[in-house]
Design a protein around this ligand. Structure first.
Ligand code: ATP
Ligand code: MG
Length: 414
């Protein structure tokens, strides 16, 4: 993965590399995701180049370059301060470990297209040539060995070559397929979909880190509900989560979230749609390789949802204020909104009301006050401070003087 650069500058830098290679007698094209995204009118995240120049030749033509994955011979060329991946046209050898080919052979553009996962990802673009009538709006000449342009126009996601074989070779392709179909609004070709289903159970062989990365990309995109629908239709949800649960509800909570939802909140919504409670977080941390932060945030949101739905409105004022002040509460309320709109509305109103007197005001009495009052730090400190703060939240003490009087009384009780 190359650091993100300003897209227009990245494109110019990539085109300059293609020109240099062309000037030295080589074939060179933009390849893969960047061609797909440009044709769909999206901004490519990065530009990749495919060429017939070997890695050694690339390193001599571009002295400011380094190898990316040494064994795969992908060269990172630095051009105008931007790093661009340049790969020699290749074909994959057999896949014995089902994850990466045993050998790569440098080859032709047609074979390089044939090794790619989906037809829409297997297009090349010559940025120096005028567009063809087949793709008049492209920013160059599209070179299509696999029918990707047609599939793009019909908005179909189709494996390159024999779907059964391509999905058997590398099970991560199943998740990539679901991600692209959801994100780009594509229909999955029936043969490709059934090949994904046939191999869904084998997803467990893919590293949990790679699975987690794909899931995070699906859930942080506004099309997350479609992605989950596809995971279910393709029998991938169980192998992805590996938590033993059998979902019974439709994914309504996830579907109710707005575009820019945090990962942890989307995970919590997904758990609710699987009838799970916060106890599932530990299991998901393992199956999705969650960070501590995401796992804890997911757990906190699920606990807050349970608190809200199990009678938050009946709690004492101080308990309501304390819980409502936590960041997870607002996230949880968004999920309750999708599940129990009437509860969410009452809770929302009550939070507004409580906010008028402050959900989390600065404490009137602090540890320093207690020390000044002659108390010794110890377990009693927390009890006194909590007791005074509860009284403050409930409006039983409103000024420094009465707060300190209460502190002294509580300290006396021990
Ligand atoms: P994005 O970067 O938006 O996820 P992308 O298509 O650029 O999409 P990359 O992972 O950057 O995806 O891969 C670049 C290209 O390499 C793809 O477009 C595809 O042609 C090829 N590719 C990537 N992963 C695989 C795979 N598992 N099997 C076959 N080809 C792949
Ligand atoms: Mg990419």
């Amino acid at each position: 993965m190359v650091p993100r650069a300003d897209p227009a500058r990245a494109r110019e830098a990539a085109a300059a590399i293609v020109r240099t290679l062309r000037d030295h007698g080589h074939t060179a094209y933009f390849a893969g995701g960047c061609v797909r995204d440009e044709l769909l009118g999206l901004e490519p995240t990065d530009y990749d180049i495919a060429t017939d120049a070997t890695p050694d030749r690339l390193k001599s033509l571009f002295p400011r370059s380094g190898e990316v994955g040494a064994s795969f011979g992908v060269v990172l060329v630095k051009q105008r301060g931007i790093a661009i991946e340049v790969a020699t046209f290749r074909s994959d050898g057999p896949y014995t470990d089902r994850r990466r080919p045993d050998v790569v052979h440098f080859s032709t553009p047609a074979l390089d297209a044939a090794r790619r996962d989906f037809t829409i990802n297997a297009l090349f673009l010559d940025p120096l040539a005028p567009p063809s009538p087949q793709a008049p709006d492209a920013r160059g000449l599209v070179i299509d060995f696999v029918g990707g342009l047609n599939d793009m126009k019909s908005r179909i996601l189709r494996a390159v070559g024999n779907p059964a074989q391509r999905l058997a070779e590398d099970h991560l392709r199943a998740l990539r397929g679901a991600r692209f179909a959801a994100r780009l609004g594509l229909t999955i070709d029936p043969l490709t979909a059934s090949a994904i289903r046939d191999h869904a159970a084998e997803l467990g062989g893919v590293s949990r880190e790679r699975i987690g990365e794909e899931v995070k990309r699906m859930l942080t995109h506004p099309t997350r509900a479609r992605a989950l629908e596809l995971l279910r239709e393709l029998n991938l949800e169980g192998p992805v989560l590996d938590d033993g649960a059998k979902p019974t509800s439709p994914p309504t909570t996830l579907a109710g979230l707005s575009g820019d939802t945090e990962y942890a909140t989307a995970l919590a919504a997904w758990a609710l749609d699987r009838d799970q409670t916060w106890t599932v977080a530990a299991s998901w941390r393992r199956s999705l390789c969650l960070s501590n932060e995401d796992c804890q945030a997911m757990e906190a949101v699920l606990k807050a949802v349970a608190l809200i739905e199990d009678g938050w409105l009946g709690l004492p004022v101080a308990a309501r204020k304390r819980s409502a002040a936590a960041p997870a509460f607002a996230q949880a309320l968004r999920l309750v909104q999708a599940r129990q709109p009437a509860t969410a509305a009452s809770v929302h109103k009550e939070v507004e009301r409580l906010s008028q007197t402050g959900l989390a005001p600065d404490p009137l009495v602090t540890g320093e006050h207690l020390i000044a009052m002659g108390l010794k730090p110890g377990p009693i400190f927390r009890r006194v401070l909590d007791g005074v703060y509860d009284a403050q939240l409930e409006g039983r003490v409103a000024d420094q003087e009465s707060a300190q009087r209460l502190a002294a009384a509580l300290a006396e009780q021990g």
